[in-house]
Design a protein around this ligand. Structure first.
Ligand code: NDP
Length: 496
């Protein structure tokens, strides 16, 4: 038995717990997924997708040129009537199959997601991949009940959906976009982000295995030019975009006058509000999850922490203590809390905004931890003495950086929380239910979490106000943007 002296000298550290990559079956090179098969680009290129934690290539991937985009849209157009003519029950069966195949390949998908994007395996394994499967399950269930989602009206699919997704939740965003579109009888052309195309291509393999009819989904990796070419295509009936507010505005301008419905899920600068009556330790966990989950690469990240002045010192000191215990490093290690920054460009954006915070007079604290020699890394950072006008309080940093502001009264909290051009999400920490409801009703935010943060469910609608976009994804509301709804004709009891 250890003596008291021996016990105090024991150093409790984590042993490395790397996830094995042995069973991951990646091809050296992936083509474009068009009309049910992987094809060489006609006027595109081939680019290596890089692991941001090691800067080593994960796989070579074809990028689509404008002619490739046209071929994919034509394939989607040709496949759409047949897909829409299936009964909802049959479309649902395909979606169930896809969901089950995602579950079967869950471990592999999680590893590849972490390799390609830099996020900790704990998150890709426990959040991204299960939620991606859950979205397909959820919308599989809706496929034969569409009219029930719109008050019993008759519905029809829109046609061909052009879908563009970002790099922060590559597989999950693909599922958010594809599952409702397909359930509603549309076909889709999906463009994954330039830095994280690989899990979308594994999803293409899954669609093949599920024997989804050719052309129902095409997947076209590419850069911004590929996305722009897709939006310019004349033969599309719907655009759904998740990404930055700037690109969202460009897409809106490109669609002006064309009568094509658009869903935009854009940036945010969400307020996480801690009242003095909150359970502080629980709130601190929520703050950490709100901003350091996925290195802060989250559109709804709680990047503006609003703390009631009477508890500000306690909250900041507990938060800092917790931040010092976060483990940064190898995304494939099961102990890792904070992985790699998704790309060198994103790292530079974070560094520039953090430098502006210091220049403008906020007080910076960055966790002292050793950063790996290769790859893109940014240690968890906390700013205090932040004024609402500082760039770090106003602009989306999209990194592991939290800006702390204080307030005295409930009214001041609401005013500060709403004083942003964004309106995506918010968090409220209080033990008073009435206060939570009152504040939630006054916040201009699409999602408000109470005594929790960053919780997602396929049955819950997600989307923003103001410069955070419009339209909803998830749940019943997520079907509406993919349907024509006949305003008068009600269906009989049965749905399509
Ligand atoms: P973008 O908005 O540029 O990228 C989102 C998607 O749009 C990507 O697939 C991108 O391709 C594509 N795209 C880029 N330009 C165009 C265009 N002109 N027409 C059509 N599609 C286009 O985001 P970034 O990757 O540049 O990130 C910049 C900032 O955006 C981040 O710092 C963050 O603040 C914010 N952001 C917000 C997200 C959210 O979930 N709300 C997600 C990602 C970023 P490609 O990958 O090749 O650029």
């Amino acid at each position: 038995m250890a003596t008291q002296e021996q016990r105090t000298s024991i150093s409790w550290d984590y042993a490395p717990a790397p996830e094995s990559r042995e069973h991951v079956r990646l091809r050296d090179s992936y083509g474009l997924f068009i009309d049910g098969s992987f094809q060489d680009p006609v006027d595109g290129t081939r680019v290596a997708s890089v692991n941001p934690a090691t800067e080593e290539p994960v796989a070579e991937v074809a990028f689509a040129g404008p002619e490739d985009v046209r071929r994919a849209v034509q394939a989607a157009r040709a496949a759409q009537p047949g897909w829409a003519a299936l009964t909802g029950l049959d479309r649902g069966k395909y979606l169930f199959r896809v969901a089950r195949l995602i579950q079967e390949r869950a471990r592999e998908l999680a590893i590849v997601e972490s390799m390609d994007g830099g996020k900790p395996i704990r998150e890709s394994r426990d959040v991204d991949v299960p939620l991606a499967a859950a979205h397909f399950f959820h919308y599989a269930g809706w496929a034969d009940k569409l009219s029930f989602a719109v008050g019993g009206r008759r519905v029809e699919p829109l046609g061909v959906a052009a879908q563009i997704v970002p790099w922060n939740f590559p597989l999950l965003m693909a599922a958010w976009k594809l599952a409702p579109a397909l359930a509603a009888g549309n076909t889709a052309v999906l463009k994954p982000a330039e830095t994280t195309p690989v899990t979308a291509l594994l999803l293409a393999e899954i669609l093949q295995e599920a024997e989804l009819p050719p052309g129902v989904v095409s997947i076209l990796p590419g850069d911004g030019a590929t996305g722009a070419a897709l939006v310019r295509e004349p033969d599309i009936d719907k655009v759904a975009f998740t990404g930055s507010t700037g690109v969202g505005k460009d897409i809106q301008a490109a669609l002006a006058g064309r009568g094509i419905p658009l869903t935009l899920e854009l940036g945010g600068k969400s307020a996480n509000i801690v009242f003095e009556d909150a359970a502080i330790d629980q709130a601190v966990e929520g703050i950490v999850n709100g901003i350091f989950f996925n290195q802060g690469h989250v559109c709804c990240a709680g990047s503006r922490l609003l703390v009631q002045e009477s508890v500000a010192e306690t909250v900041v000191s507990k938060l800092w203590g917790r931040m010092e215990r976060l483990r940064l490093g190898d995304p494939l290690d099961k102990n890792t809390d904070v992985g790699a920054i998704n790309s060198r460009e994103q790292l530079h954006r974070i560094e520039a905004l953090v430098a502006s915070g210091e220049e403008e007079g906020a007080v910076r604290r960055t966790v002292a931890c050793s950063l790996p020699d290769r790859g893109f890394w940014f240690a968890p950072t906390l700013f205090t003495d932040v004024a609402p006008a500082h760039r770090i309080a106003a602009e989306e940093i999209f990194g592991p950086v939290v800006s702390v502001l204080t307030f005295r009264t409930q009214a001041e909290a609401i005013e500060k929380a709403n004083s942003t051009p964004y309106g995506l999400a918010a968090g409220i920490w209080t033990d008073k239910g009435s206060k939570a409801f009152e504040v939630a009703a006054a916040l201009q935010a699409g999602v408000v979490w109470q005594n929790t943060y960053n919780k997602f469910d396929p049955s819950a609608a997600f989307g923003g106000y103001k410069e955070s976009g419009f339209g909803r994804e998830g749940g019943m509301s997520g079907l509406r943007p993919y349907l024509h709804v006949n305003p008068r004709a009600a269906t009989a009891r049965s749905a399509p």
